[in-house]
Design a protein around this ligand. Structure first.
Ligand code: SF4
Length: 281
């Protein structure tokens, strides 16, 4: 490569008007420069899985894969960003927080292989939106019907707490994913305050009319966001996150989770059916 082709560090390619150059997956700019070019959720998922834009999270996800948990010592961890999961024409989206170090970061699929996922997929199965009630590994045959699961941060963070900068760096992936889903998207179930706060700016930037002051997160909170361009409104439904802590303290019960998901499905126009109407054990 001749000397003059080497990038200047004081201006970005965009600022210099250089089209089409691919930033390194380890570049802070990788999500913002790559996500808008993705033409389908599948293409986006593949690009997400290559991302190394957040050094702290890359180190953490790979460290978890090296150290492992005793119960998973025979596993080869995924140790990469965990993409969204579910059909590309889903009317309902579930937005969580981030993968768990020994859950999604191990299995490579959202909410798969950890207690949060056990609660989530059991509830989805119960209302007829999943083909099976358990999620063990990414080749277990699980299918989702009309619902896609994604997250505002695609890498496992220490203590389940991404920084504001990491959330903002990852935002273009979520923005593009929702943009690609927009033709069919009618409702989003938002799991927890972090996801709620991460999502609202994305929706506002995408043109949805987000009320001011911004609606406050709460379990069973509902907001309707009109589309000023005349498209279908978008319904948001809040739910506590099905974290192990929330479930064990019964801050969120299986029935509460099932009802929130069912409400989201109703608002999205998805038919649901209750396979089991027993106690919420
Ligand atoms: S959190 Fe998002 S932006 Fe950061 S490395 Fe992972 S996929 Fe990339």
């Amino acid at each position: 490569m001749c000397r003059t082709e080497i990038r200047s560090t004081d201006r970005t390619d965009k600022e210099r008007g250089v089209p089409g150059r691919d930033p390194s997956p380890a570049s802070h700019e990788f999500p913002a420069r790559t996500a808008p070019r993705m033409a389908s959720p599948g293409e986006l998922d593949r690009a997400v899985a290559d991302c190394r834009a957040c050094p702290r999270l890359v180190a953490w996800r790979e460290e978890a894969a090296r150290v492992k948990r005793r119960a998973f010592r025979d596993w080869e961890y995924w140790a990469r960003p965990v993409p969204g999961f579910g059909p590309a024409d889903a009317p309902l989206v579930i937005v969580g927080l981030a993968p768990a170090a020994h859950g999604g970061n191990r299995t490579g699929r959202a909410f798969t292989g950890d207690p949060s996922g056990d609660a989530m997929y059991a509830a989805l199965y119960e209302i007829g939106l999943a083909s099976r009630p358990t999620a063990i590994h990414r080749d277990d045959g699980l299918e989702l019907y009309g619902v896609r699961i994604t997250m505002p941060v695609h890498c496992a963070p220490p203590d389940n707490r991404p920084t504001t900068e990491e959330r903002d760096t990852c935002r273009p992936w979520l923005a593009r994913e929702l943009d690609l889903l927009r033709p069919t998207l009618r409702a989003i179930v938002v799991l927890g305050a972090f996801a709620w706060q991460a999502l609202l700016p994305v929706l506002a930037s995408a043109g949805w009319q987000v009320p001011r002051p911004r609606p406050v997160f709460g379990h069973a909170a509902e907001v309707v966001l009109p589309d000023p361009a005349g498209g279908s409104p978008l319904h948001l439904v809040g739910s506590y996150h099905p974290s192990q802590r929330n479930m064990s303290t019964r801050t969120l019960t299986p029935a509460m989770l099932r009802d929130a998901l069912r409400r989201g499905a109703d608002l999205a126009g998805l038919p649901t059916r209750l396979r089991h109407d027993g106690p919420d054990s």
